[in-house]
Design a protein around this ligand. Structure first.
Ligand code: P5A
Length: 445
């Protein structure tokens, strides 16, 4: 992409209404524009990152054998009357009446709709196990929408639902989700800690929230510091293997880690004092096992092997996709702007032309741009007629992890400069080596 042809409405001033750094930087870097309280337009740069996050989610869900689909945002109220949640959900639910006076709502989540669908189509244990998911906009009329996309009213969620014959199978689905979520967040450059949580209006006995530690997080969390040493890393996992998934769950949830809703001071004091931590966190996901509650209410029954009809065991599993943008920026920025982890960066590298209009500099930038593009990489080329200082400030603000700077002085010696956004360190090398370096960085991602 050439910056001169892009749509990147950067703000020079700090927006007064943004209280936390991620909100400020998303507005300044031209990623989002507020449409009304808690509702945002995703400008091209923000949308690009959002799509990257969605792709990672899809890839990891595919590894676990979960099946993508898409359900609508608007739902009929009657479905929610069946589960008993139409009244229980309260003012957070946006209720809508259509021209025929039919009661509808903008879905805050999809347990009812999907359970109803499975009740319609699945009649035998032979169709199980089944895990379906979608990535779809949700609406919750939050009392206090704030911090930009962090607590929006309209927000993008990945929500998945497992349908199993037995509790044991459903708990395997729960464990499998825990594993895929660990991998998903790590690929996004985040450490998200599973913490024992409260199930709230979704219900159920088993639930973990995934929290990214950040001072601006809305949840208070209590944990054993040993937990932050755990990494899923690149270990291989067979998602069909129940024991393997169970052992990952045990490894990542055996130490004390709870949100304030489930915190128990006595149990916390069993953790040696020097390892006890009280901090704040951003909830980027939550998984639930809730048994047969929804399937009984919505009539999702199957014939078991013995011919008896039994209700399905279910769980639901959510990732706050749009919130993740805020969480990643909270975890990765400096005074100058965003620092994107390579796995989610909107463009792989920036190209800064120090002397736009100079034949040699323009030619070298075009050649770099073409070679990187031919390798399947996406450079963002700042080809505007701007001062070098302004171009550097823009690159630092939008946070691409690598920058290639091209100017007449370097070109005389046959070199360009490659700079890491994270460390600020620069290295001079030939354009060929610069291309090889950037390609190698992204090769495994
Ligand atoms: C699980 C999937 C559910 O709704 N039903 C389907 C279950 N869980 S949840 O914890 O309530 O939401 C899942 C994740 O969505 C994000 N989230 C939000 N993001 C931005 N703004 C909001 N107002 C908002 N509310 C929830 C969180 O990341 C949450 O973990």
């Amino acid at each position: 992409m050439r910056l001169s042809r892009y749509f990147l409405p950067i703000l020079k001033e700090n927006p007064a209404d943004a209280q936390i750094v991620s909100h400020r930087l998303m507005l300044r870097a031209g990623m989002i524009k507020q449409a009304s309280a808690g509702i945002y337009s995703w400008l091209p740069m923000g949308f690009k990152v959002l799509r990257k996050l969605e792709n990672i989610v899809h890839e990891e869900q595919a590894c676990a054998g979960h099946i993508p689909m898409l359900m609508p945002t608007l739902q009929p109220a009657d479905l929610w009357r069946k589960s008993g949640r139409y009244d229980a959900y309260g003012p957070e639910m946006l209720r809508i009446t259509d021209r025929h006076d039919r009661e509808m709502l903008y879905g805050p989540t999809n347990e009812e709709m999907i359970t109803d669908m499975v009740a319609n189509f699945v009649g035998s244990y032979k169709s199980l196990p089944l895990t379906l998911y979608h990535i779809q906009w949700k609406f919750r009329d939050e009392v206090r929408p704030r911090f930009g996309v962090m607590r929006g009213r309209e927000f993008l969620m990945k929500d998945g639902y497992n349908f199993d014959l037995t509790k044991e199978d459903a708990l395997h689905a729960y464990n499998r989700h825990l594993v895929t979520y660990l991998r998903t967040y790590e690929r996004m450059g985040l450490q998200a800690i599973p913490m024992r949580a409260d199930s709230g209006p979704i219900g159920g006995d088993y639930t973990h929230e995934f929290l990214v530690l950040a001072d601006t997080g809305e949840s208070e969390v209590f944990y054993d510091s040993e937990i932050t040493d755990l990494k899923f890393g690149d270990r291989a996992i067979d998602f069909e293997d129940k024991a393997a998934c169970q052992s990952v769950l045990e490894e990542f949830t055996s130490r004390y880690a709870r949100t304030d809703e489930t915190h128990d001071e006595t149990a916390f004091h069993e953790v040696p004092e020097e390892r006890r931590r009280v901090a704040r966190g951003i909830e980027v996901g939550q998984i639930f096992y809730f048994g047969t509650e929804y399937s009984e209410k919505m009539g999702a029954m199957v014939q078991g092997e013995d011919g008896q009809r039994v209700p399905l065991h279910m769980g639901s599993h959510g990732i706050g996709v749009s919130r993740l943008l805020g969480a990643i920026i909270e975890a990765s920025h400096d005074d100058k702007g965003i620092i994107w982890p390579e796995g989610v960066t909107p463009y792989n590298c920036g190209i800064v032309n120090l002397k736009q209009g100079d034949e040699e500099a323009d030619g070298a930038c075009d050649a770099l741009y073409d070679s990187l593009t031919a390798l399947g990489l996406e450079p963002l080329y700042d080809d505007r007629k701007e001062r070098a200082g302004g171009k550097f400030a823009t690159m630092d603000l939008i946070g691409l992890p690598w920058r290639i700077t091209v100017g007449p002085r370097g070109l005389k010696n046959g070199v360009v400069e490659v700079t890491s956004r994270r460390t600020g360190e620069s290295e001079e090398m030939t354009p060929e080596l610069a291309i090889a370096k950037i390609a190698a960085i992204y090769a495994g991602l």
